[in-house]
Design a protein. Structure first.
Length: 187
């Protein structure tokens, strides 16, 4: 614990000398700043986004993660594969077939470790149509599973040019999410 004590006598002047005050140099900061809001992140997507953002060299203090409650989604994926090598081989096959994927689950403590995420959709009929389309392209073992996941939003306040590029590239990888430029509180 620390305590400070200031002492001044009754006759001492407690105001700062006029020469030290420069009101013309006072700048008021705006209450709001430019901001990205990245919405509709759930399940594997939010895990991937967190990992990418944590790798930023600077600017993590500009990012706020906000829970938006649970959402039911349709996760189109290839179930967990034996190991990372099998996942890499499967991804190579997907790319040769012209099939894009979102990412691979890389959490050894997760039951979906080495699962290949293909899409996260809100509409069941879109998910069913995607599974049929993938099967027509020769992609086997595709599953459409209904999942209830917590949904998140990231707010990136006053982003640098590097942060702007990084968040736009991330959002582009996940078309089911929503990225918008807006204003938000400076603090």
């Amino acid at each position: 614990m620390a305590a400070l004590y200031f002492h001044s006598g009754p006759d001492e002047d407690r105001s700062a000398p006029i020469s030290l005050i420069h009101p013309e140099k006072i700048e008021l900061l705006p209450a709001t700043v430019a901001c990205f809001k990245w919405e509709r992140l759930a399940g594997p997507v939010v895990q991937y986004a967190r990992a990418e953002i944590s790798g930023w060299k600077s600017g993590q203090n500009h990012v706020t993660e906000i829970s938006r409650g649970e959402v039911t989604v349709h996760w189109v994926h290839i179930p967990s594969l034996r190991n990372a090598r099998a996942a890499a081989k499967r991804i190579e096959q997907l790319e040769k077939s012209g099939v894009s994927y979102l990412h691979v689950q890389e959490n050894a403590n997760d039951p979906w470790h080495n699962a290949i995420s293909l899409a996260i959709l809100l509409d069941a009929s879109e998910a069913t149509a995607l599974v049929e389309e993938l099967k027509d392209k020769g992609v086997g073992q595709v599953i459409n599973s209904e999942q209830t996941w917590e949904q998140f939003e990231f707010e990136i306040r006053n982003p640098t040019a590097q942060m702007t590029e990084a968040i736009q590239q991330l959002a582009h990888r996940f078309p089911e999410t929503k990225l918008e430029i807006t204003e938000c509180s400076r603090l």
